[in-house]
Structures are given as C-alpha cells and as structure tokens.
Write a protein that binds this ligand. Structure first.
Ligand code: IMP
Ligand code: MG
Length: 174
C-alpha cells in the first residue's frame, strides 16, 4: 500500500457544517415532513449525523447504486443495486449523497424519484467537486466544495477502506 491520507477537513469542521445544514433544512421545511434517502454506502455516516440535526419530522430510506470497480474513476453508468422500501407518493424527498463528482448519479436519481411521485426532490451532498462535473446538476445543499482530489473518510472509501475515519482526508499516492 503506497497511499497515505492527509486531513482535508477536520472532524470538528465537518460536524459543525452538518449542524448548520440541519438547521437550514429545518427552517426550509418548517411545517413539513422530510423523507431522507441515503445513498449507500458512502452517505450513511453523513445521513445519520444530518438526521439528528433536523428538527422537523424525518423518515428515512436507503438506496444503493452501482459504481463499478474499486478504482478512483466513476464508470458513467448508473444502475440500482438496492431499491427503496417506502413509497415516495407526495413526500418531500431529500437525497443524501456523500459527494457530487461527475454528477451522473444525482442527475439520474432526481429524474427517477420525481417520476415515482415525490412532491419534491432536493439534493444534499456533504462534498462537491465542481471541477469534475460532466452533466448539468447542482445539489441544493452542499457541505463543502473541494478541489479535484480523491477523498476518503466520513463514509467515503478507497477500495472499501477508510470509511470509518471521523474526518475527510485526501488520498496521496506517492
Ligand atoms: P458521480 O455520479 O460521478 O457524481 O459519482 C459520485 C460517486 O462516486 C460518489 O457517490 C462516490 O461514491 C464516488 N466518488 C466520487 N469521488 C469520490 C472521492 O473522491 N472519494 C470517494 N468516492 C468518490
Ligand atoms: Mg456514493
């Protein structure tokens, strides 16, 4: 293993930003219920922390999408590996994702979930790499905009490792 991980965003920075996102969502959805859809596996740590900071009623569901291989490039093809359990009919959905990279995953999901009858579909991502975008999509809520570096921790992996780091780290291959 030649790679090492450098801290990019500390545990304190990430936790305090998630708290703020929770406050913002609670304000924006005052008087409504929010239905959080966690994109497995990467967004699971983020969704738990975010859900705890939302003060309007919350329900949750999980979905898993394909990301081929275990390298640091996404393949461009999106497939459902595990589908939702709850109906979306008339729900105020927020898709919770770890990172927006090319944007293909979120674009695909936004269209799919709207077609399934959600009242509204918003996107919330802990991280955004705007330089990498190949399709036109923006998240409605973003934790941090970061440079084009491969990152791990807080749910994000490199070949299934490092998800349990309590901070966001940049992987250095040297
Ligand atoms: P997109 O469809 O290209 O936006 O892909 C997003 C998915 O690629 C994310 O949900 C992550 O699973 C994965 N991904 C993209 N960039 C990184 C990264 O820097 N570290 C770990 N996973 C990443
Ligand atoms: Mg992912």
């Amino acid at each position: 293993m030649a790679e090492r991980v450098e801290v990019l965003l500390s545990e304190e920075e990430v936790d305090s930003r998630i708290r703020k996102l929770g406050e913002q969502i609670s304000k924006d959805y005052a008087g409504k219920n929010v239905h959080l859809i966690c994109i497995l596996k990467g967004a699971s740590f983020f969704m738990c922390e975010l859900a705890k900071r939302i003060t309007v009623p919350v329900s949750i569901d999980f979905m898993s999408l394909s990301s081929y291989g275990s390298d640091t490039q996404s393949s461009g093809e999106v497939k459902i590996k595990k589908d939702l359990e709850e109906s979306l009919e008339n729900k105020y959905v927020i898709v919770v994702e770890d990172i927006v990279d090319t944007g293909r995953t979120l674009k695909y999901l936004k269209e799919l979930l709207k077609d399934r009858g959600a009242a509204d579909v918003k996107l919330c991502a802990l991280l955004d790499k705007p330089e990498r975008r190949v399709v036109d999509i923006e998240a409605d809520y973003i934790g941090f905009s970061i440079p084009d570096e491969f990152v791990v921790g807080y749910g994000l992996d490199y070949a299934q490792r490092y998800r349990n780091l309590p901070y966001i780290g940049a992987v250095k291959f040297d």
